[in-house]
Write a protein that binds this ligand. Sequence first.
Ligand SMILES: *[C@@H]1O[C@H](CO)[C@@H](O)[C@H](O)[C@H]1NC(C)=O
Length: 338
Amino acid sequence: MVSVGVKTEHASALADVLVAADYRGHYSHGLNRLEMYVQDISTKICDGNAIPTIEKDKFSTALVNGQNSLGPVVGNFCMNLAIEKAKKHGVGWVTANNSNHYGIAGWYSIMAANQGLMGLSFTSTSPLVAPSRAKNAALGTNPITLAAPALNGDQFVLDMATCTVAVGKIELQRRKGLPIPEGWAIDKEGKITTNADVAMKGCLMPLGGAEQTSGYKGYGLAALVEIFCGISAGATYGPNIRRWMDTKRKANLGQCFIAVDPECFASGFETRLSDLMSHLRHMEPADPNKPVLVAGDPERAHIALVDSEGGIRYHVNQISASASLAQKLNVKPMEHIA
Ligand SMILES: *[C@@H]1O[C@H](CO)[C@@H](O)[C@H](O)[C@H]1NC(C)=O
């Protein structure tokens, strides 16, 4: 990122979010995405050095103009502002327009949880998901995240897209020559498909899949995210958002960041949350080999694995993709760090 002109501080902010994704096991949002950010900067469609500005400020709320800076720069700015407001007023609700891809949504909600607050974050994304009953895409994978503090550093971390699966999962099935389950995607005619090839030319389905399996609930949640983001912040929204990987138009994404101090409500929040999580985790599993988990547990397990191995394990394809990107940008790869 520095080699294409981004200042170190902003490049570091992006690096932190990408590495956090890989560390947590969400490889689709980590180093894998670096080339996309490089592309956004080298085509000058994103301004890696811009500083977000506060457009409106009213006690517990603010509207931020992201000034087309890198998503993580805008996201950190907004969530830090929301945290400050939550500490002062109990709740901080900040929306941003003119932003870019901000990486894993959970990064921002966890920022708040690390300060003893509930954190929520939402972002609109390029349209890939067809609303229930529609043939074409009009909404993005629009993620929702809530991070909440429990005792002794434990946290509940929900971080989910509002569609059934990411495009990457369908791509993976296609590469393996395998079919996809019903409810992931529709073809060009709006019919549910199990053919990964056909699905790549069609649209993703909202969380829940078909109407019979409550896909309209996922559709509703994706629209909720859009209302909190693009509609509230005056950014692009729904079908107006640029196509995925388009570098001809500014992204102008809308995003939303909320921090809430649980101390404003009944005391003992962390104790009760720990009690609930402990109950859930210790429930008798249907399959003895698959313990009942709480949102955030799979990521915690991946983090523990990375720690025990002394580093993040990457697929050889990622290593070679990174190496060729480095070569293209004339960046000398770091020597192996002992
Ligand atoms: C963001 O919102 C501000 C305040 O309403 C507005 O002046 C600005 O034009 C918006 N930015 C974009 C890119 O829409």
